[in-house]
Design a protein. Structure first.
Length: 181
C-alpha cells in the first residue's frame, strides 16, 4: 500500500479575535520606572560627591608642600572611592532597568561598573544618560509620551494602572467563547 503524497495536512487555526496585544507587562514597565527615576537621585549624589572630591581634594593637594606626595595620594584615593561608590549605588536601579529590558542579570552589573568608572568624568553623565535613554526607549513602546525634561511619574503611574487592569481583565476572561454564542 502506498502513502498519500505531500505528507500530513498543515495545522489549522481558528480565526477569532484575540484582543489587542500588550507591548509588555505592567511589572516590566514598573521596573523601568523605578530604575529611571532612581538614577536621577544617584546622578545628583554623583554630582555633589564629584564636586566635593574635586574641590576638597585639590585644595588639600595645593595646601601641601611641592615635594610632599600626601596630597596627590589622598586626591587619587578619593577618586578611587568615588569610582567604587558609584559602581555600587546605581546597581539596584540598573537592575530594575535590566528587568524592564529583559536583560540577563550580568547586564546591570556591567552597566554599573562602567558607570562607576565614568563617575569621575563629567560626573558620570554619559552613563546615566545612556541608561535612562535605554529605559525611555522601552517605555515609548508602552505609550509614554515625551516631555521637555524626561518622563512624568504621574503619566507612568496611569499607564501602569491601565496595563494592570487590562492584564486582570485578560486573565479573568474565558479563553474560548461560551458554547452556543
Amino acid at each position: 500500500m502506498e502513502k498519500p503524497p505531500g505528507g500530513p495536512p498543515p495545522q489549522q487555526y481558528a480565526q477569532y479575535y484575540r484582543g489587542p496585544g500588550l507591548p509588555g507587562s505592567s511589572e516590566r514597565l514598573e521596573a523601568l520606572a523605578k530604575g529611571y527615576f532612581g538614577l536621577n537621585w544617584i546622578f545628583l549624589a554623583n554630582v555633589v560627591m564629584a564636586l566635593t572630591v574635586g574641590i576638597g581634594g585639590r585644595a588639600f593637594m595645593l595646601s601641601r608642600p611641592a615635594n610632599d606626595l600626601t596630597g596627590p595620594l589622598v586626591y587619587f584615593a578619593e577618586l578611587g572611592l568615588l569610582v567604587v561608590l558609584f559602581a555600587f549605588l546605581p546597581y539596584p536601579y540598573n537592575k530594575q532597568i535590566g528587568i524592564g529590558l529583559g536583560w540577563a542579570p550580568s547586564g546591570a552589573f556591567v552597566a554599573s561598573i562602567l558607570m562607576g568608572l565614568n563617575s569621575w568624568f563629567c560626573c558620570g553623565m554619559i552613563g546615566y544618560l545612556v541608561m535612562q535613554q535605554l529605559a525611555y526607549g522601552e517605555m515609548k513602546r508602552y505609550g509614554v509620551k515625551p516631555r521637555a525634561f524626561g518622563v512624568r511619574r504621574k503619566d507612568l503611574e496611569q499607564i501602569i494602572a491601565a496595563l494592570k487592569a487590562q492584564e486582570a481583565q485578560m486573565s479573568s476572561a474565558p479563553p474560548f467563547p461560551p458554547p452556543g454564542s
